[in-house]
Design a protein around this ligand. Structure first.
Ligand SMILES: *Cc1c(COP(=O)(O)O)cnc(C)c1O
Length: 362
């Protein structure tokens, strides 16, 4: 029986990548050493890092002359602090779109920075069943506008970047390289790797080089994009293994045809699940259809006991980790890049059969 893992993160990785890791784990490229034991100053690692950066920029259609790639630690959560520390230097004022839990967390961290004004300029609270529209009038004196492009918990996504005359900072953690944004509209992009790119322990930051030059120098080194960039992400020991896996996943993504191609597959996967929800009265998803996420699909039967039965029986059928987030309850299917179309088909079929079998219990 095939097993499909719908976990929200740390999430599933492409099977060919897992197989390659296994095949070369004890001997990395004929060195007789494992990737787990090579130095971050070795030529093997330097080559690997350069390749990972190049692949990432290629996939995002960004130029190496214009954007810097950083491989950091501390999760997306540390970026909630690093982004304002490094970027909010002119107006000391930043604008946030409150699209859900992670946007709220990002705002809360920014508010802890002394002398920084944090404005919520749009909000979908308290139900977070749509992606809020940003309308800024008059000359906006903000250092940037912060967007969380995909709402991992409530299952909403931003499908069109707002037309504002401000640098955009994006937390793309849960739809990174899964949805094809015009990445060059961003001043800075960050993403925890554990949803779409690598195991936990790596955060990717992509930042405009012109901004790097203007960033403050009086910051602790590990909090300074500028200092981290000057040392090419190896200011201290970087997460070698995670960067290695990220490189393999990026190569895999190139083989899939790139971000636009994988987005098309992601649309098919998501459509299968949304159709199963919409075609029956058995399941519900509260999100406005135009704002539905491609990567995280929350749904419920409306009955918590029945939801629990669904989760248990799905697991017995090899459909793992469909339990919803504790804030929302119900179910959630995460359909990141590494989830094959067959996984979504299997879940769709299971949902339709389950609805038939349990119709009377509602
Ligand atoms: C998971 C997630 C985070 C938290 O990431 P960490 O790497 O665990 O800090 C932040 N933002 C979004 C949108 C997420 O989905």
């Amino acid at each position: 029986m095939p097993i499909y893992n719908f976990v929200a993160g740390p999430a599933t990785l492409p099977v060919p990548v897992l197989n390659q890791i296994q095949a070369e784990l004890t001997d990395y490229q004929g060195t007789g050493l494992s990737i787990l034991e090579i130095s971050h100053r070795s030529p093997q690692f330097t080559t690997l890092l350069a390749r990972a950066k190049q692949l990432l920029l290629q996939l995002m259609h960004l130029k190496a002359s214009e954007y810097e790639v950083l491989f950091l630690q501390g999760g997306a959560t540390l970026q909630f602090t690093m982004a304002p520390l490094n970027l909010a230097t002119k107006f000391h004022r930043v604008a946030f779109v409150n699209s859900g839990h992670w946007a709220e967390r990002a705002m809360a961290e920014a508010k802890l920075i002394p002398d920084l004004v944090v404005d919520e300029v749009a909000s979908a609270a308290p139900h977070f069943n749509h992606f809020p529209l940003v309308e800024l009038t008059g000359p906006a004196k903000y250092d940037y506008l912060h967007l969380t492009t995909n709402n991992t918990i409530y299952g909403t996504a931003l499908n069109q970047l707002p037309e504002v005359d401000l640098p955009l900072v994006g937390d793309l953690s849960s739809n990174f390289l899964a949805q094809d944004y015009p990445f060059d509209r961003f001043a800075l992009i960050y993403a925890g790797a554990q949803k779409n790119l690598a195991p936990a322990g790596l955060t990717v930051v992509v930042v405009k080089k012109t901004l790097l030059a203007q960033m403050p120098t009086a910051l602790p080194a590990m909090l300074s994009y500028r200092k981290l960039a000057a040392k090419d992400s190896a200011l201290n020991t970087p997460p070698v293994f995670q960067i290695y896996v990220a490189k393999l996943v990026l190569e895999w993504l190139v083989k899939q045809g790139g971000v636009a191609a994988i987005e098309a597959v992601n649309r098919q996967k998501a459509q299968l699940i949304y159709d199963a929800i919409d075609q029956t009265t058995f399941y519900h998803n509260q999100v406005r259809p135009a704002d539905r996420s491609l990567t995280n699909v929350p749904f419920t039967t409306g009955d918590s006991e029945l939801d629990q039965t669904f989760i248990t029986k799905a697991q017995q059928a090899g459909l793992m980790n469909l339990k919803g987030h504790r804030l929302t309850g119900g179910m959630r299917a995460s359909l990141y890049n590494a989830m094959p179309l067959e996984g979504a088909v299997a879940l769709r079929n299971f949902m339709l059969q389950f609805a038939k079998d349990h119709e009377e219990e509602k």
